[in-house]
Design a protein around this ligand. Structure first.
Ligand code: ATP
Length: 349
C-alpha cells in the first residue's frame, strides 16, 4: 500500500518560495502528473518526495510512514530522470542489475529479475551493449528497467521523455502507460508537456509559481479549467480567452457578441471557448472578423481571427479554405463558453 500524503509541503530558499503549501493525497497505484511551465516547482516537489531536498515545512507520508527524516535510500522510491543516469562503463545488463546489488537482494534472484525488467521494456537484444552504443530511446528504456527491477513502492519520473525526438516520445509514452498499467505502482510524473500529462495521468496537478492551480482528471481539467492559467495551458491549441463586458446576460468584446448567459454579474469578464467546440457559421455568427491566418493541419483547417483583444482560433473542416483578410464568421453558442473573472482569472461560469 503506497499512498503518498503531502501535507502543506513548502520549500523556501531565503525569501523565494519554490513550492507553496502543496497539500494532496496521492492514492495507492495512482498515476499522478505534475504539469506546469519551467520553474513552477515540479522538480522541487518530486525531489522532496524522493528525499533529495528537505521541505522547509510540512509533512511527507509514504505508505503510512512520515518520511521527512528518512534518507532517500530508505524511502523505497525509484527515480527516472531525463538524463538517464546510466553508468557508462557497465553494459545494459549490469546497469539494470545495479540497484539489486546496492540493495543486497540475494544474488540467486538477480538474473530472473533483470531479464523480466529487460523484457518489459523490450531490451533483451541489447543486454551486452554499453550505454554509448544505444539510442536515446533505448537508454531511456534502460533507465526505466533499472527503476522497475527494484519493485519499489513508488516511481518518480522527471521528464523522462524530454531527450527523445517527437516520434520516439509518442511510442515511449505509450510504453510507460502500458508499464504503469501492468506494474500498478504509485507513480508521480513531472512534465511541462500538456499532451503527455493528458495521455498518461489518472489525475493532473497544474502548477504555477510554486502553487497548485488545479487538481483533477484530464477530462475535468480540460472541460472545467479552474482559471485562465489552466485554460491557457491545456489543450492544443489552448483555449481562446477574450476580454469583454457582460451586460444583462450578453457578452460583448471586439468582434464577438454571445447572448444567453444567466446568473452572471454585469461588468468586465473574460470569455473563453475552445477552437474545436466552435464551428464555421453558414450565415452570421456570434464571432465575426477578417481572417488573420489559416493553417492546414491535415485533418482540419485552423482559422485565426482577432477578437476580444486577443487571437481566437476556430477549427474548421479539412476542406475549408479562405484567405487572409477575407470575412469570417463562427458560431459560438453560449454552451461552449467558459467565463472567468476579469481581475483574478478565476472561473465564474
Ligand atoms: P523545469 O521544468 O524547468 O525543471 P520546475 O517546475 O521543475 O522547472 P523547479 O526546478 O522545481 O521547477 O524550481 C522551482 C523554482 O525554484 C525555480 O524558480 C528555481 O529557480 C528555484 N530553485 C530550485 N532550486 C533552487 C535552489 N537550490 N536555490 C534557490 N532556488 C531554487
Amino acid at each position: 500500500m503506497a499512498e503518498i500524503v503531502l501535507k502543506d509541503v513548502t520549500k523556501r530558499w531565503g525569501d523565494f518560495v519554490g513550492v507553496h503549501k502543496f497539500d494532496l493525497t496521492i492514492a495507492d497505484r495512482e498515476f499522478l502528473v505534475l504539469l506546469g511551465p519551467s520553474g513552477c516547482g515540479k522538480t522541487t516537489t518530486m525531489r522532496m518526495i524522493a528525499g533529495l531536498e528537505d521541505p522547509t515545512s510540512g509533512d511527507i507520508v509514504i505508505g503510512g510512514n512520515r518520511v521527512n527524516d528518512l534518507d532517500p535510500k530508505d524511502r523505497d522510491v525509484a527515480m527516472v530522470f531525463q538524463s538517464y543516469g546510466l553508468y557508462p562503463n557497465m553494459d545494459v545488463y549490469e546497469n539494470i542489475r545495479f540497484p539489486l546489488k546496492v540493495r543486497k537482494v540475494p544474488e540467486a534472484d538477480h538474473h530472473d529479475r533483470v531479464m523480466k525488467a529487460a523484457a518489459m521494456v523490450e531490451l533483451e537484444e541489447f543486454l551486452h551493449r554499453k550505454p554509448a552504443a544505444l539510442s536515446g530511446g533505448q537508454r531511456q528504456r534502460v533507465a526505466l528497467a533499472r527503476a522497475i527491477v527494484r519493485k519499489p513502492q513508488v516511481f518518480l519520473m522527471d521528464e523522462p521523455l524530454s531527450n527523445l525526438d517527437a516520434k520516439l516520445r509518442v511510442s515511449t509514452r505509450a510504453q510507460i502507460k502500458n508499464l504503469s498499467h501492468e506494474l500498478q505502482v504509485t507513480t508521480i510524473y513531472v512534465t511541462h508537456d500538456q499532451i503527455e500529462a493528458m495521455t498518461l495521468a489518472d489525475r493532473v496537478v497544474v502548477m504555477k509559481q510554486g502553487k497548485v492551480q488545479q487538481v483533477g482528471t484530464p477530462t475535468e481539467i480540460y472541460d472545467r479549467p479552474a482559471n485562465t492559467f489552466v485554460a491557457g495551458f491545456i489543450g492544443n491549441p489552448a483555449m481562446n480567452l477574450m476580454e469583454g463586458e457582460m451586460r444583462d446576460g450578453t457578452f460583448t468584446g471586439d468582434n464577438i457578441t454571445v447572448s444567453g448567459f444567466s446568473g452572471v454579474a454585469n461588468g468586465p469578464v473574460i470569455c473563453g471557448f475552445r477552437a474545436e467546440d466552435a464551428s464555421v457559421a453558414q450565415g452570421e455568427g456570434q464571432l465575426s472578423a477578417p481572417v488573420y491566418s489559416m493553417e492546414l493541419l491535415g485533418d482540419s483547417t485552423m482559422v485565426t481571427v482577432k477578437a476580444g483583444g486577443a487571437l481566437a482560433a476556430v477549427k474548421a473542416g479539412k476542406e475549408f479554405r479562405t484567405q487572409i483578410g477575407a470575412p469570417f464568421a463562427a458560431d459560438i453558442p453560449v454552451g461552449i463558453c467558459h467565463l472567468f473573472d476579469a481581475q483574478t482569472g478565476e472561473r465564474v461560469g
